[in-house]
Design a protein. Structure first.
Length: 100
């Protein structure tokens, strides 16, 4: 631990569910809360990148070209997905998500 640095304590829940209600069908859902990172160094990633197969590793909510999100800002991510595999070898997938 370094002295003189900024530290923030936070409760950062992560929950995911994967349900296979019928043959070839999968329903997934996830909710995560995390803190935005500081800078472009991916080595600083301390959390999982996916929960229930839904990406949750965002450095900021807006593109860096439009502005900078302060390090330590809260990011809430929620998503649901449906996937169906058919016997013909084709797949159908639908994903909806929200980032705040």
């Amino acid at each position: 631990m370094q002295s003189g640095g900024d530290f923030q304590d936070a409760w950062l829940p992560k929950a995911g569910v994967l349900w296979k209600p019928w043959s070839g069908g999968v329903l997934r859902g996830a909710y995560t809360r995390s803190l935005s990172g500081g800078g472009f160094n991916p080595v600083l990633q301390l959390e999982t990148t996916h929960v229930a197969g839904i990406i949750q590793s965002y450095r900021s909510v807006i593109p860096e070209s439009l502005g900078d999100t302060p390090a330590g800002s809260r990011i809430d991510v929620g998503g649901v997905a449906f996937e169906q595999r058919f016997t013909s070898g084709t797949y159908l997938g639908v994903l909806a998500g929200r980032i705040e």
